[in-house]
Design a protein. Structure first.
Length: 433
């Protein structure tokens, strides 16, 4: 690790150098801090120590990493406890996910916190940015650090929570524009964390009364979005029954300032919305809108396939092309993508599943159990059904005239040109159409 000996640059350890962690580290390193990044991935560490970002499609990040490397304010290591031992402030942004049964998976962050506890020095501030179930900062990770280090939270080290609230492809912009919610285990922890973010990000701060309030607020944001998307999907299905176009309904309804109907779609994916509601559900909120919304949104893949079957019958031996492996447009991220649900369910119906996604290599696509297909391949003439799952910009001008055998286009995001498709004699179906 490159250490700047200048006393004017406090040392910050950022634990977890994924898309958000690296962006935070690079922003901090360009705003008056010496940043020591920690990650278990040796390729990630090597890339950063060469002044290169391993994260693509994040505007401005390449330049920030290069500038920080040039200024010797950003370096990385695979030995977390060493970075922590040199740091005055430790920011933790290691993912907490759910497994296939939707149980909370703490494996990665537990290992990281163990290493943090082994390296922490007295007087340090630890801030968790990872989205967590309420209570985990204090009762799971605070206790873990205390037990391993022998130090006491609020006495020997400071503990705060400030959830990340950013959106892929605009993280740097969001860090500047979104208010930073901050909670502390005590008044001094809150003050230290607030002062740090004020200097490091220069954004508006919202100080809340406890760690648990800050944790709850982030999960609540995601639940709100999940519930509203589920409502849109439920209404879209009902609109189809009543022969009503849901897109028209949304435009008309949302002209009233208190109506904010979301757009329906083929499903919900990513690191946030399909995952974080389980941080409430698995902690006791197992009835009502929160679990019901998860059920509705995850069922949209099945609903979409049912629409296809009603139009063309059995899917056995049909060639079905899914546009988009990623969970949403213009982002290379397959986590909890609806495409993964579609692949499994279509294969159960003995369909031949093919995937096109310009952001993934053929080998990356094959890892998910489907065959890649270029839109320039002559084989597109053999496709029976096209499903739009993620609306990448490359899909804005698809020439469907080359899909000679295609019987149906299912527009899972209501983004394609219905008129152009139907003029070719291909059936078009949207969600709520």
């Amino acid at each position: 690790m490159m250490i700047d000996e200048s006393p004017s640059l406090p040392n910050i350890a950022v634990v977890g150098l994924g898309k958000i962690g690296l962006t935070l580290a690079a922003v901090f390193a360009n705003n008056g801090f010496n940043v020591l990044g920690a990650d278990i991935n040796t390729n990630v560490v090597a890339s950063i120590n060469q002044g290169k970002s391993h994260i693509k499609n994040e505007p401005g990040l390449d330049q920030l990493v290069l500038e920080a490397h040039t200024n010797k304010t950003l370096s990385a290591t695979t030995v977390t406890k060493d970075a922590v031992a040199l740091a005055d402030i430790i920011v933790v942004i290691v993912p907490v996910l759910v497994d296939e049964q939707n149980n909370i998976d703490y494996q990665m962050i537990d290992l990281a916190v163990q290493a943090i506890a082994e390296g922490i020095k007295q007087g340090s501030l630890i801030v968790f940015e990872t989205t967590l179930p309420p209570g985990d900062t204090k009762h799971r990770f605070g206790k873990m650090i205390e037990n391993v280090s022998g130090l006491r939270a609020g006495e020997d080290f400071h503990l705060a929570y400030s959830p990340e609230r950013v959106y892929s492809n605009r993280i740097i912009q969001d860090l500047q524009n979104y208010p930073k919610v901050v909670g502390g285990i005590d008044k001094e922890s809150l003050e230290r964390a607030s002062n740090f973010y004020q200097q490091a990000l220069g954004c508006e701060l919202i100080e809340v009364s406890s760690l648990e309030t800050a944790e709850f607020s982030k999960v609540a944001e995601c639940v709100y979005r999940d519930v509203n998307i589920a409502l849109a999907n439920e209404l879209a299905q009902f609109a189809e029954e009543k022969d009503v176009n849901m897109s028209e309904v949304i435009e008309a309804s949302n002209s009233q300032p208190y109506s904010h109907l979301h757009a329906p779609g083929i499903g919900v994916g990513g690191h946030c919305i399909p995952i974080y509601p389980y941080f409430f559900i698995n902690k006791g909120l197992d009835r009502g809108l929160t679990p019901l919304s998860r059920e509705i949104n995850d069922n949209m893949a099945h609903y979409a396939i049912s629409k296809i079957e009603r139009e063309i019958g059995s899917l056995a031996n049909k060639n079905i092309l899914i546009l988009g492996l990623s969970y949403r447009g213009n982002v290379k991220e397959p986590t909890k993508s609806t495409t993964l649900l579609l692949i499994n369910q279509l294969q159960e119906k003995e369909a031949n599943v093919l995937i096109n996604d310009p952001l993934f290599t053929d080998n990356e696509i094959r890892k998910y159990g489907a065959e890649p297909l270029s839109l320039k391949s002559k084989s597109i003439s053999e496709i029976d059904v096209v499903i739009l799952q993620a609306f990448h910009q490359e899909y804005s001008h698809i020439d469907f005239s080359h899909f000679d055998q295609c019987k149906l286009v299912l527009d899972g995001r209501n983004k394609l040109n219905k008129r152009e498709i139907t003029q070719l004699g291909i059936k078009y179906k949207g969600i709520g159409d």
